[in-house]
Design a protein around this ligand. Structure first.
Ligand code: ADP
Length: 525
C-alpha cells in the first residue's frame, strides 16, 4: 500500500543523533501518537547507547580475557624460566662453594708445602752441619790415627831392614808383618777419608791436560814389580786413534785405574793383566782385563757397594776392605763417566771405565813442575811402597846436612831422626815452634826444616811465618809434614811459607827425594 502519511522521528541523546524512526500510515497520525513518538526518541537513544556500550564491553571483555590467557601463558613461561634460573643460580652457588672449598684446599696444600719446604731446608742445614762435623771428625781421627802410624811404619821398616844384623828371621818377619799391617791400616784410613769426602760432596773435579802416553807409562813402572813377582804378563795398549793428550782430573783417574789394577793382580794367580786405552763413540774407554778367578754373575753389581766382597767371610783368602770399587765408582761419577764390570767365573774379569773425551787445548802439559809426589799419587798401593829404593848413590848429597825436625810427638821425632841419621844427616829436634826459633837463632846454619803442623804453644803455620819473617831464612827450605788430610791443608802450608808438603804417615823414600830436591835447589841459589 502506498502510505498517505509519513512521520520521521530523530533519535537524539544529548543532541547527538543516534538514529531515525520513519513510520508510514494510510491514516492521519493523531496528536497522541505524535506526542508519544516525540517522547520515546530519547529512551530509544539511551537503549541504543547502552546496547552499543554493552556490545563494546563484551568485545573488550573478550579481548581482556584473551589477554589474560596470554598473560597466564607468559607468566607460566616466566615461571619456568625463573625456575630454570633458580636451578642455575643454585648450581652456580654450588660451584662457588666447591670453588671456595678447592681454593681452601689449595691454600692448605700450599701452606703444607711451605711447611715441608721449611722442614726440608732445616733438615738440609742440619745435614750440612752434621756432614761438616763428620768431615772435621774424620780429619781429626785420621790425624790421630796417622800420627802413631807414622812412627810405627818408619820403625818397623827400619827393623825389618836389620841393618845391625842382630835380628832372627822370625823377628824380621814380625817387623815386616807390623809394617804391612800398618800399610793396610793406612790404606783403610785413606779409603774411608776418600769415601766420606765424596759423600760430603767435597770431591771437586780438577781438570788439567794429561799426556796419555806418559800417564800409561806410570802404571807400567808402578806395577811391573808385582807382575814379575807373581809371574804374570802385564801389557798396556793404547789404540792409534787416541789423542796425545786429554782434559781430565789426572789424580782421580789414576786412583781408579790403580785400584782396578791392584784388584786384577790380587785376584789373578796365572795368566795376564792388560790395561787398554781405547776411543769408543768419542769416549775414552779404559779397560783392565785379567785372567783371574772372576766374579759370579749375582755379585757383579754388589761388589760396587761399600764393604762388599765376593768372599766376605772371616776365613777369606784375599785381603782388602771392600771400599776400592765403591770409591772408584764415585770417582768415576765425578769424572762424568761410568764403570762397568764383565766377568766369567774362573776365566777372568774386565772392568771398563769410560768417560766423554775432552781434547786438551794445548799440546803442552800445563801442570806446574811441582816436586810434590804426594799430590799426584796420593794413595800408594802396597806394591808401590815396598818397591826397593835404588837411590843409594844419591845419598852423598844428604850426608852431614843439618836438618831441623819440629814435632811435638816424641815417637815421630825418634822415628824420623833415626831414619835420617842413617843417611848421615845431622839432626836437630825441637818440640814446638818457640823452641825451633831459639834453635835457629843459636845455629843459623840449618840446611832444611821438617815442620809438623799441629803443635801446642806455637803451631806450624805460625812458626813458618815467624821464620820467613827473618830475611836470613828467606831461602831456607821448609817441608811441612801433616797428618791432617783435608783439601786446603796444602794451600795453607804453602801460603804460610812452606816450600813443600807431605802427609803423614811419611813414606820415607818420598821424604828423601823431597829433601834431595830442596837441598839442591838451595845450593843453586
Ligand atoms: P777389596 O779389593 O778391597 O776387597 P774392592 O771394592 O776393590 O775391595 O772389591 C770388592 C770385591 O770385588 C773384592 O773383594 C772381590 O771379591 C771383587 N773383585 C774386584 N775386582 C776383582 C777382580 N779383578 N777379579 C775378581 N774379583 C774382583
Amino acid at each position: 500500500m502506498t502510505p498517505s502519511n509519513i512521520i520521521i522521528v530523530p533519535i537524539l541523546s544529548e543532541n547527538v543523533l543516534k538514529g531515525v524512526i520513519e513510520l508510514g500510515s494510510i491514516q492521519q497520525f493523531s496528536d497522541k501518537v505524535e506526542h508519544f513518538l516525540s517522547k520515546i526518541g530519547e529512551n530509544i537513544a539511551i537503549n541504543i547507547i547502552s546496547a552499543q556500550s554493552r556490545y563494546q564491553m563484551r568485545v573488550l571483555l573478550e579481548e581482556s580475557q584473551k589477554n589474560t590467557e596470554e598473560l597466564a601463558v607468559q607468566q607460566e613461561e616466566l615461571r619456568s624460566t625463573n625456575e630454570e634460573l633458580e636451578v642455575r643460580s643454585q648450581s652456580l652457588e654450588n660451584n662457588e662453594i666447591s670453588l671456595r672449598q678447592q681454593k681452601d684446599a689449595l691454600e692448605n696444600a700450599n701452606k703444607q708445602l711451605e711447611r715441608t719446604r721449611q722442614e726440608i731446608e732445616k733438615k738440609a742445614k742440619e745435614l750440612e752441619i752434621s756432614s761438616r762435623y763428620k768431615s772435621e771428625f774424620l780429619a781429626n781421627m785420621s790425624h790421630e790415627l796417622r800420627t802413631p802410624l807414622n812412627s810405627m811404619l818408619i820403625l818397623s821398616e827400619q827393623l825389618a831392614e836389620n841393618d845391625e844384623k842382630n835380628l832372627t828371621d822370625d823377628q824380621i818377619e814380625s817387623a815386616q808383618i807390623i809394617y804391612h799391617g800398618g800399610q793396610d791400616l793406612l790404606q783403610l784410613i785413606n779409603d774411608i777419608l776418600d769415601l766420606s769426602k765424596i759423600e760430603a760432596g767435597k770431591m771437586i773435579l780438577d781438570s788439567q791436560s794429561l799426556d796419555l802416553l806418559s800417564f800409561s807409562d806410570m802404571f807400567k813402572s808402578n806395577f811391573k814389580a808385582i807382575a814379575a813377582k807373581n809371574d804374570l804378563d802385564f801389557h798396556i795398549n793404547l789404540s792409534q786413534d787416541l789423542p796425545h793428550s786429554i782434559e781430565t782430573d789426572e789424580q782421580k783417574l789414576a786412583q781408579i785405574i790403580k785400584n782396578l789394577l791392584s784388584n786384577a793382580f790380587k785376584f789373578t794367580a796365572q795368566g795376564s793383566v792388560t790395561l787398554d786405552f781405547k776411543l769408543i763413540d768419542s769416549k775414552i774407554a779404559i779397560t783392565v782385563h785379567d785372567t783371574g778367578i772372576g766374579i759370579p754373575k749375582n755379585k757383579q753389581q754388589e761388589i760396587f757397594e761399600a764393604f762388599q766382597q765376593v768372599d766376605g767371610s772371616t776365613s777369606r783368602q784375599y785381603g782388602g776392605t771392600g771400599l776400592g770399587l765403591s770409591i772408584s765408582r764415585e770417582l768415576t761419577k765425578v769424572l762424568g763417566g761410568t764403570l762397568h764390570c764383565q766377568s766369567v767365573e774362573k776365566e777372568g774379569s774386565s772392568f771398563t771405565l769410560s768417560f766423554p773425551l775432552k781434547k786438551s787445548q794445548s799440546k803442552e802439559n800445563v801442570k806446574p813442575p811441582e816436586t810434590n809426589i804426594e799430590e799426584s799419587l796420593p794413595i800408594p798401593t802396597k806394591e808401590e811402597t815396598s818397591l826397593p829404593s835404588d837411590e843409594q848413590d844419591k845419598d852423598l848429597n844428604l850426608k852431614n846436612k843439618k836438618i831441623l825436625i819440629i814435632d811435638d810427638d816424641m815417637r815421630n821425632l825418634f822415628a824420623l831422626s833415626g831414619a835420617l841419621q842413617k843417611k848421615g844427616m845431622e839432626i836437630f829436634k825441637a818440640i814446638n815452634g818457640k823452641k825451633a826459633l831459639e834453635m835457629l837463632d843459636n845455629d843459623p846454619a840449618i840446611d832444611l826444616i821438617l815442620m809438623d803442623i799441629m803443635m801446642p804453644v806455637m803451631d806450624g803455620y805460625d812458626t813458618m811465618r815467624a821464620i820467613r819473617a827473618q830475611i836470613r831464612f828467606k831461602d831456607l827450605p821448609i817441608i811441612a809434614l801433616t797428618a791432617k788430610a783435608m783439601k786446603d791443608d796444602r794451600g795453607k802450608c804453602i801460603s804460610a811459607g812452606a816450600n813443600d808438603y807431605l802427609t803423614k804417615p811419611i813414606e820415607i823414600n818420598k821424604l828423601f827425594s823431597l829433601i834431595r830436591v830442596w837441598l839442591s835447589k838451595k845450593k843453586n841459589h
